[in-house]
Design a protein around this ligand. Structure first.
Ligand code: SF4
Ligand code: SF4
Length: 222
């Protein structure tokens, strides 16, 4: 899932200050799971903004809505009737959701309320970790489903650097060594022999280093 976090309140307020009416739109997918932009967070932010403007004696229409997936047009349509009544949209979606709203509602400013951080997973309540950089050529099969591109600080593909201490990365002792995790995992699944396989250099042209990417599936087109 996409992991994001709410921007500072003052930054959000500053960005919407110029508009007299704002539609605050949450997204009930990834950003709900990471407690940044789902229905609950949308309600809390809208209430805080209303209160803040009320305290300043300023009139501002703030309406809230939440849609299941901001990055899919079929879901975005749900707010179509509310959008014309507002000068701007404040999105609690990830960067993809913000840009999808801007593409669909071309005459409306769309403001991000979140900082989009990474692709990751929930490891326990309140803790999310990054585990995929979307390199475009997934090699998890070599590594017992632990990603060296993301979880090794040096992106090493053929073994550890040798600097790990106590299972921690030499770059940051707070971070588990990706290669320690890979070796433990390969051992656990009885595939430690995979370490003898040579993994060729990554072709970064399929990552974002090759520019913006897209997927075209003829079989999925209408
Ligand atoms: S190998 Fe690439 S696609 Fe697979 S998990 Fe790692 S970064 Fe993501
Ligand atoms: S200590 Fe481990 S995670 Fe850190 S750079 Fe070396 S091999 Fe990669």
């Amino acid at each position: 899932m996409i992991v994001a976090e709410l921007k500072e309140f003052d930054e959000i307020r500053e960005m919407i200050d110029r508009y007299s009416s704002v539609l605050v739109v949450g997204c009930d997918s990834c950003v709900a799971e990471c407690a940044a932009g789902g229905t609950r967070e949308t309600q809390l932010l809208a209430s805080a903004l209303k209160l803040s403007y009320l305290k300043d004696g300023r009139r501002k229409v703030i309406t809230e809505a939440c849609i299941d997936r901001q990055c899919v047009d079929d879901f975005i349509d749900v707010i179509a009737e509310q959008v014309p009544d507002h000068e701007a949209i404040l999105s609690l979606g990830c960067g993809a959701g913000v840009q999808a709203l801007a593409r669909v509602y071309q005459d409306k400013p769309v403001i991000p309320a979140l900082n989009t951080l990474f692709i990751g997973e929930t490891v326990l309540r309140g803790v999310w970790t990054e585990n995929c950089l979307g390199c475009g050529q997934c090699k998890l099969g070599y590594f017992g489903a632990v990603c060296p591109v993301t979880r090794c600080s040096k992106k090493l593909m053929n073994g550890p650097c040798g600097g790990s201490i106590g299972g921690r990365c030499e770059i940051d002792p707070e971070t588990p060594c990706g290669w320690d995790l890979i070796i433990r995992r390969l051992t656990a699944i009885g595939e430690i022999d995979r370490l003898a396989e040579y993994v060729p250099p990554v072709n970064w042209s399929t990552s974002h280093s090759g520019g913006p990417r897209r997927v075209i599936r003829e079989d999925q087109k209408p």
